[in-house]
Design a protein around this ligand. Sequence first.
Ligand SMILES: Nc1nc2c(ncn2[C@@H]2O[C@H](COP(=O)(O)OP(=O)(O)OP(=O)(O)O)[C@@H](O)[C@H]2O)c(=O)[nH]1
Ligand SMILES: [Mg+2]
Length: 326
Amino acid sequence: MRKTYDIETLIQNFKNKDKVALAKLITLVENEPDKALEIFKHFDNSDKDSYIIGITGSPGVGKSTLINILAKQLLDEGKSVGVISVDPSSPFSGGAFLGDRVRMTEVSLDPNIFIRSLASRGHGGGISRAVFDISLLYEAFGMDVIIIETVGVGQSEVDIYNLTYTTVVIMVPGYGDSIQIQKAGIIEVGDIYVVNKKDLGGEDIVVQLEMMLDDATVQTGWRPPALMTNSISGEGIDKLVEKILEHKNHLELSEALKKKKKNRFEYKIRNLLTYKVGKVLESLISEEEREKISNSILEGGKYKIYDLVHDLFRNIKFEKKKESSK
Ligand SMILES: Nc1nc2c(ncn2[C@@H]2O[C@H](COP(=O)(O)OP(=O)(O)OP(=O)(O)O)[C@@H](O)[C@H]2O)c(=O)[nH]1
Ligand SMILES: [Mg+2]
């Protein structure tokens, strides 16, 4: 029989480092955003912050494979790692490296790693909300490092960029190298560039990258390095770890880490407010009103939609004014 838990018990187990409780709390915040309030009030701010790394790149460039081996290295150094993999088209295999330490299951036997995959759709309040809340749970769990895997560029990418401290952009040799580099301003988002699958070549793309990075204006005092890795053999991973640490030190020394942390919370505050305002708006418009305007649109033509929504909005403000003048 399946056991159900109340939040108090879950939190207690979570604080005793029970990964089943971690998994259940993640599922709760993922599916029911409003539960976050109830959950996070049980934590104080005594834990140390985790270091948050974003790993991004087109589908199939080897992000998950690289994260496996990176995580393995961090675990060997005695660190604990929480992974959030957004919209994985290929499942997290656990890789040959983590072998029996980390299997395909989300709750592995190793107490120091936890991997969670998220589909990018179907989350109340959006993917970045879920990523933020899961990161917060990982921090409360005491993870030293959090790694977030995301695909490509686009809105979710911008979102993730706001939630991480070091962004690693991964490319591969072969498909339209210069296009890969130029795509959607990729040169602006990376703190570290990695050309993975170095067993298949890629020296030329590194040369191109280096040229573009030389040309780019460096305002932060950090000139992003371009590295080559083979995530299957592990070649180049040491160097990647070294560069991540260097970037972390750079951020700490320049006070930029503080700014990034502040930005992360400001971003979350905006998201939360948008979510709350959305809820208030929804509660102010009745099902009948909604029905009325969709019927008017159907009858009166779709071009009236702006007028109708504008009127609807004006009426909401009117209602609110009446209420506050009470
Ligand atoms: N030859 C070679 N293959 C690699 C390397 N790294 C990863 N691969 C392979 O590339 C394929 C895709 O790897 P994944 O780690 O799933 O790539 P991903 O970027 O996470 O993919 P998505 O999550 O689907 O976007 C797998 O078959 C890996 O075994 C590498 O360094 N060299
Ligand atoms: Mg993947």
